[in-house]
Write a protein that binds this ligand. Structure first.
Ligand code: GDD
Length: 415
């Protein structure tokens, strides 16, 4: 436990519209960090985890989306959770460490001794108070949350080697082509304020190199301009890799759930993980199906209070139904996210799918993700205002906004 003066500021890196392109077509309508998982915007989950940090002074969201896109969310989450949350807009992408450095003066106004830094596109239980205790015990400049994954998937992440006794980070390599380790970087960090001078050093070295190249030859200048901008600093490649093995960085391993959220398919899985977490953290958010006019509920289900679900519908497991959705008689919903204002008509079946805002699903139709030839489970994503007419079957498709489907389709991207 830190002393009462040991103040903490949390920073969540939310990126911007040029990132998160794998999240299309859903990111056409809403910034990816605000896409709902288990009925709450993606970034709501790390914010509510930060609320458990002792002596938390402020939560900043740093990104290069327009301010107005976050204004409503920021004011409602601050009011609801009673934590000060502010959105800070970068004029351009500065990288995951450069973005933090860009707002150093503002962050230091709260006089923090520790900075909790989170990627917004990860889903986990965020064990921040325990990680903070470990970080203070280690006494290093930074602590990285790590997890063991299957060796075949490790190359999608930063792979690292840690000392089994001291937990010191000994070696770090970002998304390597050849296998290094099944221990990976979760994108959740705690740093002392020394992180700012380390980022500054990287930026200064880059400036010096660029100047050297400039005076050496015109050709070198051309290649220098192709390299990264001087104020663009990546946390992983530019900070973690060079500082590994220098007794500055430590690791804290989570044995709980952790997933990345890069694609709509991943968001369906993460929504299910957060729904199951509600059993311990917010059971009141889970539908029970207890009332006489309630639908049948199976497993973890979230239903927004303004949604109307017919009592003969059967919902779950892993279903999240957003505001003003209407679910008709006899409808069956399994593992899906139903967004605002969707209408699901009588006896429709939706499974392994995300149904975009204001879409309409016809009577006796099916919208589904099914196993393909290689026994890989698919997913169907409908963009905003898609109409699936009565008795139509849509399997493993991505459908862009405003389309009308009047014949059955399988494994297609409908532009
Ligand atoms: N504000 C801001 N500005 N945010 C940024 C910027 C930027 O210029 N660049 C990236 N981010 C945010 C993204 O929105 C995301 O939340 C986070 O920083 C990391 O994004 P990427 O740099 O695209 O990295 P990644 O997600 O492919 O991989 C990182 O995270 C993995 C865990 O999810 C790496 O650190 C991996 O090592 C790690 O395993």
């Amino acid at each position: 436990m830190g002393s009462s003066e040991d103040r903490v500021v949390a920073v969540i890196m939310v990126g911007g519209p040029t990132k998160g392109t794998r999240f299309r077509p859903l990111s056409f309508n809403i910034p990816k960090p605000l896409f709902p998982l288990a009925g709450q915007p993606m970034v709501y989950h790390p914010i509510s985890a930060c609320k458990r940090i002792p002596n938390l002074a402020q939560i900043y969201l740093i990104g290069f989306y327009e301010e107005r896109e976050f204004a409503l969310f920021v004011s409602s989450v601050s009011n609801e959770l009673k934590v000060p949350v502010r959105y800070l807009r970068e004029d351009k992408p500065h990288g995951s460490a450069g973005g933090l450095y860009n707002f150093r003066d503002l962050i230091m106004e709260d006089n923090p001794s520790q900075i909790v830094l989170l990627n917004c596109d990860v889903c986990c239980s965020f064990p921040l108070p325990d990680m903070l205790d470990a970080h203070r015990r280690y006494g290093g400049m930074g602590t990285v949350l790590v997890i063991k994954v299957f060796p075949e998937s490790a190359s999608q992440f930063g792979e690292l080697v840690a000392d089994p006794e001291t937990n010191e980070l000994l070696h770090y390599t970002e998304k390597p082509e050849t296998f290094v380790s099944d221990l990976i970087n979760c994108g959740v960090y705690i740093f002392t304020t020394e992180i700012f001078s380390v980022i500054q050093d990287v930026s200064t070295i880059r400036k010096d190199r660029a100047t050297l190249r400039r005076i050496s030859s015109f050709e070198a200048l051309q290649s220098a301009t192709k390299t990264l901008p001087m104020d663009f600093v990546r946390l992983d490649q530019d900070i973690l890799s060079p500082l590994a093995g220098k007794k500055k960085l430590y690791t804290y391993e989570t044995l709980d759930f952790w997933e990345q959220i890069k694609t709509p398919g991943m968001s369906l899985r993460c929504s299910a993980l957060y729904l199951s977490q509600y059993r311990h953290t917010s059971p009141d958010l889970l539908a029970t199906g207890d009332g006489t006019r309630s639908p049948t509920i199976i497993g973890d289900v979230y239903i927004h209070p303004s949604a109307k679900v017919h009592p003969t519908a059967k919902i779950g497991p892993n279903v999240s139904i957003s505001a003003n959705a209407r679910i008709g008689a006899g409808a069956r919903l399994i593992t899906c996210i139903i967004l605002d204002d969707v209408e699901v008509k009588e006896h429709a079946l939706i499974t392994h799918s995300i149904v975009g805002w204001k879409s309409s699903i016809g009577k006796w139709s099916r919208v589904q993700g099914i196993e393909d030839y290689f026994a890989k489970l698919g997913i169907t994503i409908l963009g905003e205002s898609v109409i699936v007419e009565d008795e139509v079957v849509v399997s493993n498709c991505v459908v862009l906004p405003n389309k009308i489907l009047n014949i059955s389709v399988q494994a297609e991207i409908i532009l």
